[in-house]
Design a protein around this ligand. Sequence first.
Ligand code: NAD
Length: 231
Amino acid sequence: MKRIVILTGAGISAESGVKTFRGSNGLWNNYRIEEVASPIAWERDPKLVLEFYNQRRKQLFEVNPNAGHKALVKLEKKFNVKIITQNVDDLHERAGSENILHLHGELKKARSTVDSGLVYELKDWPLNIGDKCEQGSQLRPHIVWFGEAVPAIMDAIQIVKRADIFIVIGTSMVVYPAAGLINYVSDETPKYLIDPNAEEVSGIRNLTIIRKKAGEGVPELVEELLGLGKL
Ligand code: NAD
């Protein structure tokens, strides 16, 4: 079976009603990123950080996967599919995709502040000051903040290197190290980029740019790859 590797970003969830990151002047849902998504922010004001992620998590319980997430599931009929996502939402999981690597953590999980191996599923949206791990330390969002290492990146590189087809959907490709993953894909591998605002990309061979929203562009590409459509 051929291997398809898919790198997704906030854009694939935009049509579900989840705001992208850089959509509005570098503000993420009216917050300055450095106020809420960094270890310094957590040290300075953990309550504000928890509130920010609580709002994101509450919203996540209210939205659903869209046509883009759902179309990717169909690829599993014919291909070995691996999704590497920068998203912290669970919309790929809820659409039914099997094989998902979260590079930047998961909104519906919390983890210990003394032992990063202690990760807990959150059944409901609020995580509060005073919520503790089994060792008695405050729980934090299970999110990779700006300035923190991305533990899953080495696994992601190994996956990307073996791609027979590589698809990038809805990412501005400015957050590293995720943005560098495309450089590990072999020159010969066909690559597709689906993003309505995609700019020209230089130095990447065999790249087809599809300037459409995920809800339209992904189902079309999937049909094409399954040998059904005409692109
Ligand atoms: P980004 O906001 O920097 O870029 C989003 C990209 O999506 C843009 O290039 C935009 O043109 C494109 N886009 C907008 N609407 C689209 C649509 N309907 N279909 C396809 N593409 C569309 O996001 P990023 O590159 O993923 O980086 C932001 C970081 O912030 C991520 O690492 C992630 O952890 C976090 N984030 C996650 C979510 C989420 O989980 N849904 C949402 C916002 C931010």
